[in-house]
Design a binder for this molecule. Structure first.
Ligand code: ADP
Ligand code: MG
Length: 231
């Protein structure tokens, strides 16, 4: 909670309305929400060094307070297989961003572990002016975006609430495994929902939180993208 408070108050002092992915993920880690390993690089060579440490394939992402939707502007490159890919990817991302928003303030390029694909879920929180923060759950991709197959509970939620949320979405059977996708680790999703609830009730200055996607495995899960919007 110490690190979260420090990051949130610093962002407030700077008059920012959103956290960087690095900041949001640091808070997630403090709250026991699993994320992909990451390090922030300030040069192509540093990105290569971090990629060697984290392992290949790797992912690069722009980190800028002025860019909320990174892939819309070519700010995300996945599946980089070697040092040369990383060097090129680094320069490509900066070029893409410059072309799109020449004034964007750039904090660096995030090098992160590439999470193998599996079932994707979305965990979110939004603040209702009357009831305070509500926790949201759904399965990734078309289920949330097209079918709006999501469920909400007012925070703080209990473990029973979390289990109910998971089992009441229409896409729930997919979590039990299908074709080549193994069953998803429901207990880990429960923990992520509970920890998200704790995070947003501890920090009422959070207006919106979005873990999208969280990739869930047979054992464990990895949050690939985390967004936190402030009041
Ligand atoms: P944004 O939502 O800001 O455009 P994301 O960080 O969500 O950017 O990246 C876009 C997409 O790229 C994700 O939805 C996911 O499919 C893929 N992706 C991003 N990071 C990773 C990662 N570390 N491992 C695997 N896939 C990733
Ligand atoms: Mg995303």
């Amino acid at each position: 909670m110490k690190e979260a408070s420090r990051i949130l108050s610093q962002a407030c002092r700077e008059g920012r309305k959103s956290l960087l992915e690095t900041e949001a993920k640091t808070i997630c880690v403090e709250y026991g929400i699993p994320v992909t390993r990451f390090e922030l690089a300030g040069s192509a060579e540093e990105a290569v060094k971090f990629a060697n440490r984290i392992g290949f394939p790797t992912v690069l992402k722009i980190v800028s307070q002025d860019i909320i939707h990174k892939s819309d502007i070519g700010g995300v490159i996945i599946d980089l297989k070697n040092a040369d890919d990383v060097r090129h990817g680094y320069n490509q991302i900066l070029q893409n961003v410059k072309k799109n928003n020449s004034k964007a303030r750039i904090a660096g390029v995030l090098v992160q572990e590439m999470a193998p694909s599996s079932t994707e879920v979305i965990v979110g929180a939004t603040k209702d002016p009357q009831f305070g923060p509500a926790i949201m759950f759904g399965l990734g991709g078309v289920f949330v975006e097209v079918l709006k197959d999501v469920t909400f509970r007012i925070a703080p939620i209990t473990e029973d609430d979390a289990r109910e949320m998971i089992s009441e979405v229409k896409a729930y059977p997919l979590l039990k495994g299908y074709r080549n996708t193994p069953p998803a680790d429901i207990d880990t999703i429960v923990k992520i929902l509970l920890n998200t609830s704790r995070l947003v009730t501890d920090h009422m200055e959070i207006k919106e939180l979005d873990l999208n996607p969280v990739i869930v495995y047979e054992k464990g899960a990895k949050t690939v993208d985390a967004r936190i919007i402030l009041e």
